[in-house]
Write a protein that binds this ligand. Structure first.
Ligand SMILES: [Zn+2]
Ligand SMILES: [Zn+2]
Length: 268
């Protein structure tokens, strides 16, 4: 069983088409994949240029639905989206999400005070923030945003929960903040994504850190798996390592979604 629940296509900032991903997924033995292009909408209603918008999302949904019918019996294709949590755009997001029958919605935080933390263009700004107040302060601020994302109730999955470590920083003492957000995730019945994205970034670590994953397991938080693929080459990036990582803390199941309903699946 191979699954990948985090894939970007030409509809947002990916460089491969939906069809190309489906072909490679079958070749590489995947049973189920979810397309999760970016939906980044700012409080003024404008969408990020690398994101889906209210017009392109129509075509995105249509294309995924028609291609999934074509691949029936060969590959399970889920309709997903990776939504940016940006304070102030909750109402807009809610309306957009209501308009489509997504299988899963990932909630991710990429922005702190208008700074896109995982953009190379903003790396200096992030490092300035760290120089000024220390990484722990930024980490804490980041996890507060994650917590607000959880509170909206819009999301099935929290994406790369500690991507704020991207540029190679790690919290000296993030325990208390991590604990709080994880308990909230558990309370709200949300799933945590385990992602190989960070292995391709300066931090060179899976998201989340082992400490977070262990705590998530103790709390009984379900997990799912994604490579955050932006091209077909990344569809199975460090896939076996991801599975071993999840199993190493005790997980025996991962969670899949069908029309927003969680399905448990044994890890083989
Ligand atoms: Zn993301
Ligand atoms: Zn992503």
């Amino acid at each position: 069983m191979r699954i990948n629940y985090h894939i970007h296509t030409l509809f947002s900032d990916g460089s491969s088409s939906i069809r190309d991903y489906c072909e490679i997924a079958i070749q590489k033995g995947f049973e189920e994949i979810a397309f999760t292009d970016h939906l980044t909408v700012f409080p003024d209603g404008s969408a990020d240029p690398h994101s889906l918008n209210t017009i392109s999302i129509e075509d995105y949904v249509k294309e995924i639905k028609s291609i999934s019918l074509e691949y029936e019996g060969r590959l399970i294709i889920r309709l997903g989206v990776e939504v940016d949590y940006i304070p102030g755009s909750e109402n807009i997001i809610e309306k957009i999400l209501e308009g489509y029958d997504f299988d899963l919605v990932i909630g991710s935080v990429h922005f702190i005070d208008n700074v896109c933390i995982d953009s190379l263009k903003h790396r200096n700004l992030v490092e300035n923030m760290i120089r000024e107040n220390g990484f722990d302060s930024l980490y804490s601020k980041y996890l507060k945003l994650v917590s607000k994302a959880v509170e909206t109730g819009f999301f099935n999955i929290i994406g790369h929960i500690d991507i704020v470590r991207i540029w190679g920083f790690n919290p000296a003492d993030g325990l208390k903040d991590e604990q709080k957000v994880l308990e909230f995730i558990k309370e709200k019945g949300i799933c945590l994504e385990v992602s190989s994205r960070g292995l391709r970034q300066p931090v060179s670590s899976i998201y989340p850190s082992l400490r977070i994953l262990k705590r998530a397991y103790e709390l009984g938080i379900p997990v799912t798996i994604g490579t955050d693929a932006h091209s077909v080459e990344e569809i199975d990036y460090a896939y076996d390592f991801l599975i071993e990582y999840v199993k190493s803390v005790g997980y025996s199941h991962i969670t899949l979604f069908d029309k927003r309903r969680p399905l448990k699946r044994k890890i083989e």
